[in-house]
Design a protein around this ligand. Structure first.
Ligand code: FAD
Length: 322
């Protein structure tokens, strides 16, 4: 039995970040990871997965994630490289493979039992992630579907499915997390029963990219939208990354949020209970941080006239189709 102050279970990004801070506290600790190599869940995702956020916004404490050449949104292999480098850079004491089987109270301490030995610790941090015990939701109509149903944890690439028609079930998993390869393989819209099942779950749209017209040059936008329909009221979240910040971009974003608020209120027939919150990420004007955030909130009925709708649609280049 090895004695230490803290045992961290899991050597993915959460476990490494915990290790970084424990190191700064000069505590004795160990990170126990069931994987044979660094990278946590990122080693096992589908081939085409990219981060949702640019590299600069995906960093662990102490070390910026370097940009991946030619990719604003790094791929999974880049994340694995970054995590491997991170644990070496800080000499994090990761033991692998070591699978924790049980944690027991042992007097004033905790006994951590693994398949690679036992540890006695004052505290245990659980950083085991969600990948390893996937949640398989019940989908109305599921029993009538005769094709194969698999969780994203079991999916790697479309070619493994030999020309079958593939499509995401669109439940709790953000659309951005749907393996893009499915679309490349000609994914169909989900069945009507599955679409209806989205009520009560986030209704999400994939990111959109667009070139905006700006007085002195082009702006690139990337947007994502989520609608949570709940008994207490509807909640819409809009996220936009833009490559510039100025009055034009700010006004366009305000128009976008207002317009989508109006359109969703009309569509759902519940404008009174709708809350829309938009967050825009743009380069920081002072240069002190990589990004700045601009929030916009719209509550309740929007009362937009048709002229205002037209005006806002023109201001926001993607509003007509977003
Ligand atoms: C499709 C998808 C896209 C995502 N995109 C982003 C993104 O763009 N940006 C972002 O910041 N986050 C993103 N995330 C979320 C998050 O960053 C990842 O899920 C990340 O892998 C979570 O890190 P983690 O350390 O919590 O868990 P994991 O990476 O799963 O690491 C947990 C580690 O614990 C180990 N472990 C588990 N049980 C035991 C045990 N009993 N004993 C020992 N070890 C154990 C596992 O083997 C693993 O190595 C995404 C998640 C998914 C699923």
């Amino acid at each position: 039995m090895t004695t230490t102050d803290v045992v961290v279970i899991g050597g993915g990004q959460a476990g490494l970040a915990a290790g970084y801070h424990l190191r700064r506290q000069n505590l004795a600790y160990v990170i126990l990871d069931a994987q044979s190599t660094a990278g946590g869940a990122w080693q096992h995702t589908w081939d085409s997965l990219h981060l949702f956020s640019p590299a600069g916004l995906s960093s662990l404490p102490g070390r910026l994630m370097p940009a991946q050449p030619g990719q604003e949104y790094p791929d999974a292999a880049h994340v694995v490289d970054y995590l491997s480098d991170y644990e070496q850079r800080y000499s994090l004491p990761v033991h692998r493979p070591a699978t924790v089987r049980a944690v027991h109270r042992d007097g004033t301490r905790l006994r951590v039992e693994t398949d690679a030995g036992h540890w006695s610790a004052r505290a245990v941090i659980s950083a085991t992630g969600t990948w390893w015990r996937p949640f398989l939701p019940a989908v109305p109509g599921q029993e009538k579907f005769t094709g194969r149903q698999l969780h994203t944890t079991g999916y790697r690439r479309p070619s493994a499915h030999g020309g079958s028609q593939l499509g995401p079930a669109r439940l709790r998993v953000p659309v951005l997390a749907h393996p893009p390869g499915l679309r490349a393989a000609g994914a169909r819209r989900p069945a009507a029963a599955q679409r209806r099942a989205r009520r009560g779950h986030p209704d999400q749209e994939p990111h959109r990219e667009a070139e905006g017209r700006a007085p002195d040059g082009q702006v690139r936008w990337r947007s994502r939208r989520q609608l949570h329909q709940e008994a207490a009221g509807d909640r819409q979240m809009l996220f936009v990354c833009a490559t510039r910040f100025d009055k034009y971009v700010e006004a366009s974003f305000g128009s976008y949020v207002t317009l989508r608020h109006h359109q969703v209120g009309e569509r759902t027939g519940r404008p009174d209970s709708l809350r829309s919150v938009g967050v825009m990420l743009t380069p920081d004007h002072s240069g002190s941080r990589p990004r700045d955030t601009t929030p916009v909130r719209v509550l309740g009925p929007s009362h937009l006239t048709s002229e205002q709708v037209t005006e806002f649609e023109e201001l926001w280049p993607q509003s007509g189709s977003a």
